[in-house]
Design a protein around this ligand. Structure first.
Ligand code: ADP
Ligand code: MG
Length: 244
């Protein structure tokens, strides 16, 4: 039996009478890169947010790294440490330096002492191409640099899985490439990743699998070539016609 890093079965999520996720089955293998696409409002962010319990599922099971995070006995803080999340709007702490942003979680959660955390943070900044920004304040950075800091911050907890929710959607076009480059590098180094993006070039180049969602369902999934070049469903065709 394959041990999936992410194993979602029949996930349902409603906000009041708004039935947003209507029975999602979603599995991600170790080292796999899954790109999640679909029209606005189809439930992509809700699915990602359920994976680290930023949202409470209405029903269904979510097993991350063998641990059922829907069970009340699961320590969700511990489980979350293994899931890095990067958002569209960076969510950096603007009153702290870049270095402090990256060191905060590992130090506060007792994962490392300050000295180790600083060494790690400097290393991570080098990985994302910002080795000279350790003492900078977020306000002095461009959007693309902020997003690379946010990626470094998520990596500082040494997560098993990284979730990206439209990480380049808020960036000026000339910043997008640097952020995608960092993500490609992560993928190449074997990180398990779920990426919501409209960057179809990235999906074609980096994704092991593309999942197309619409109206709270997984409509279609497969290798990028299959989904992009030979979509099977009208919904997928209509969506791809608009974005490609
Ligand atoms: P996507 O990321 O694919 O654009 P979302 O998951 O953000 O879609 O949203 C799916 C649906 O869920 C939308 O109808 C949206 O209005 C609704 N929704 C998302 N978050 C909330 C929330 N916190 N409260 C109420 N409704 C929400
Ligand atoms: Mg979204």
């Amino acid at each position: 039996m394959t041990e999936y890093k992410v194993d979602v079965t029949n996930l349902q999520k409603s906000y009041g009478s708004n039935h947003v996720l209507k029975g999602i089955d979603f599995k991600v293998a170790n080292n796999e890169v899954v790109v999640l696409i679909g029209p606005s409002g189809s439930g992509k962010s809700t699915l990602l947010r359920c994976l680290n319990k930023l949202e409470e599922p209405t029903s269904g099971s979510i097993v991350i790294d063998g641990q059922d995070i829907s069970l009340p006995s699961t320590n969700i803080d511990k489980a979350r440490e293994n899931i890095g999340m990067v958002f569209q709007h960076f969510n950096l702490f603007n009153n702290m330096t870049v270095g402090e942003n990256i060191m905060l979680a590992p130090v506060e959660l007792g994962k490392m002492d300050r000295q180790t955390a600083e060494t790690e943070a400097r290393q991570l900044l080098e990985t994302v191409g910002l080795s000279d920004k350790f003492d900078a304040m977020p306000a002095s950075l461009s959007g693309g640099q902020k997003q690379r800091v946010a990626i470094a911050r998520a990596l500082a907890m040494n997560p098993d899985v990284m979730l990206f929710d439209e990480p380049t959607s808020a960036l000026d076009p000339e910043m997008v490439g640097d952020v995608l480059e960092v993500m490609k590098e992560l993928a190449k180094n074997g990180m398990t990743m779920v990426v919501v993006t409209h960057e179809m070039g990235f999906a074609k180049e980096v994704a092991d699998r593309v999942v197309f969602m619409a109206d709270g369902y997984v409509v279609e999934e497969g290798k990028p070539e299959a989904v992009f070049d030979h979509p099977q469903h009208d919904r997928t065709k209509a969506f791809l016609d608009k974005v490609i």
